[in-house]
Ligand binder design. Structure first.
Ligand code: GLY
Length: 387
């Protein structure tokens, strides 16, 4: 059976795995990526909001720092990726409006505004009238909004295609097969066996298999990343040129307790997302999911019902116990994690690529990545005994 050896094997070729592979190949290491359909992970469904500030939840300040660092790198990352691949990424510096539809929303958003100010974040409070002056398609009942000028967008599908091409051009070996199992010898990760039997040996193995990262066979107990799939249903509509500019920036709100966001692309696509459902590995698009998204989007922007609906889809976010990613060395020698990005995979691709490539090439995880070490979830033998 064919056996190959490389410096680094990345298991999973979504945008996180490909960003790690590309950056690592740029550091001069030999890299292979193992994935049945490289470039086609959860980012194919994602709206691509780059929203470290408007996605912020109380108590997630370390994640905010990581997200802000990645956001600050995005313009350069996109330009370099476009140059390296010859393909567009759809990066758009457009800003985001977080909108209040009623008095309760307004009170909640004003609390968030105060939180932003305590953290020194740049956001601006707008009255209902100021909000509608910026986005006239919003419902007349809008009570106010937070304007976050630095929360932008990118097209996850285009980023996936561009990363795939950049990897090809950088000499990454793209192995289009499923990982049948990971291999471990003498307490160290040594590679993987691909479906069909090809053995891919490597000095270091990166788990970047998104919402399937916890299902990879072959690893000892306690080493697999504790991720779980969190389903998101998403709609894609088209803005006919006569309606343009329908929206000029990302718009989001919480309607009946559910987050809704609308991401208008420069090419006329309008992405509406997303449900949050814990149903295992189910990616069925349901009538209920589509109904809820349209109902809430319609409440925010009544004119949305005039637009052609061109696609419905569902993807799986890799959720982690603290909503933050797992980056860097694991409890098993030679095994490195780049997974668990939950709602922020597209945003965190640049910083993940940089941090994990630095670890793979230099054996050191930069300070920014330290709060996200996978070992924060690894129970020691003493803790196990107390359970
Ligand atoms: N980042 C938005 C979502 O995961 O739905």
């Amino acid at each position: 059976m064919l056996r190959t050896h490389t410096d680094v094997l990345v298991v999973g070729g979504g945008i996180i795995g490909l960003a790690v592979a590309w950056r690592t190949a740029q550091r001069g290491l030999g890299v292979a990526v193992l994935d049945p359909d490289p470039g086609h992970g959860a980012a194919q469904v994602a709206a691509g909001m780059l929203a470290p500030v408007t996605e912020l939840q109380y108590g997630e300040e370390p994640l905010l720092r990581l997200g802000m660092a990645s956001n600050a790198r995005y313009a350069d990352f996109a330009a370099e990726l476009e140059q390296a691949s010859g393909l567009p990424t759809g990066y758009r510096a457009c800003g985001t409006l977080a909108v209040a539809l009623d008095a309760d929303d307004r009170a909640e958003l004003q609390d968030l505004y105060a939180f932003h100010q305590r953290l020194g974040l740049t956001s601006r409070w707008l009255t209902g009238r100021e909000t509608r002056r910026l986005e006239p398609m919003l419902a007349p009942s809008v009570r106010g909004a937070l304007l976050v000028e630095d929360d932008h967008q990118v097209d996850g599908r285009r980023v996936g295609a561009a990363l795939l091409e950049a990897c090809r051009r950088a000499g990454v070996d793209l192995v289009a097969a499923r990982a049948e199992r990971l291999t471990v010898e003498h307490g160290r990760a040594t590679g993987a066996v691909a479906e069909g039997g090809r053995e891919l040996a490597a000095d270091q193995v990166v788990v970047a298999a998104g919402s399937r990262s916890h299902l990879l066979p072959g690893l000892p107990e306690g080493v697999l990343p504790p991720v779980r799939p969190v389903k998101g249903q998403v709609l894609r509509l088209r803005i006919p040129p006569v309606y343009a500019p329908f929206l000029s920036r990302n718009v989001r709100a919480v309607v009946r307790g559910c987050h809704i966001y609308l991401v208008p692309r420069e090419d006329g696509e309008l992405v509406v997302g997303a449900t949050m459902e814990e149903l295992g590995h189910d990616t069925t698009v349901t009538a209920g999911g589509v109904y809820e998204l349209l109902r809430d989007a319609h409440e925010l922007i009544p004119g949305i019902t005039e637009l052609p609906l061109v696609e419905t889809s569902a993807g799986l976010r890799p959720g982690s116990p603290d909503n933050a990613p797992l980056l860097g060395p694991t409890a098993l020698d030679g095994l490195v994690a780049a997974t668990g990005h939950f709602r922020n995979g597209v945003l965190l691709a640049p910083v993940t690529g940089d941090l994990v490539a630095e670890y793979l090439a230099a054996g050191r995880l930069p300070e920014l990545g330290v709060p996200f070490l996978p070992t924060r979830f690894t129970r020691t033998a003493a803790q196990e005994a107390l359970r």
